[in-house]
Design a protein around this ligand. Sequence first.
Ligand SMILES: O=C[C@H](O)COP(=O)(O)O
Length: 252
Amino acid sequence: MTDAIRPLIAGNWKMNGLRASAAEFEAMLAGAAKVAAKADLLVCPPATLIAAFADKARGSKNLKVGAQDCHQKASGANTGDISAEMLADAGASAIIVGHSERRADHGESDFLVRAKAEAAWRAGLTAIVCIGETQHQRDAGQTLDICRGQLNLSLPPAATSGNLVVAYEPVWAIGTGLTPTVGDVEQVHRFIREFLIAKFNGEGARMRLLYGGSVKPSNAAELMAVANVNGALIGGASLKAADFLAIAGSYA
Ligand SMILES: O=C[C@H](O)COP(=O)(O)O
């Protein structure tokens, strides 16, 4: 059933990129048509670049622009925060919520992640909810328990295959060059799929489930071929158009 799921290749630029990075984004836009037959592409630059990139991508069916985080409220006295409505207004089509760097660096709880996912929906955007275990938790054999707990508490009950993407990102694999074995990825993604089906029935069977953590052109084909892996959430390798497009090209 998951064979029919259209893959999503999403780039998370994190806190990287200046206005001069528009050239790199334009190169992604120009190359996107070649891979768009097989996968959807999304670039999530820092908030400062969303509007400019979205303007460039306006009308493109091949590549969309997303955000890396949002506040859970629509507006108010929240200095420095950005609401989902503002991101939608800037041209974003999706928002990453619950990235492990937000959970760790900003103390974001599962309950807050859930509220942010609902905020994304309130603004009409897709929520990309991240989950994943730390090295310590993995060493303690808690990977599936951690994922179950995060899924249970971070996913709002109104999730559908249209408004939710789940990204499994083992924290120890992010930016380290380390990746789980194909067998490990398969096991965790199967577990997540079974969880989603048990909770959301047919919608859970159709939700996109991304793998993230040190995905690069040299390992993308192997990782993207794993059952229940419906794309990737890419950090470092999404900063360069050639690498990002090469990863997306593993579906071509
Ligand atoms: O959101 C992306 C992930 O944190 C993966 O980052 P990475 O590809 O640099 O390991």
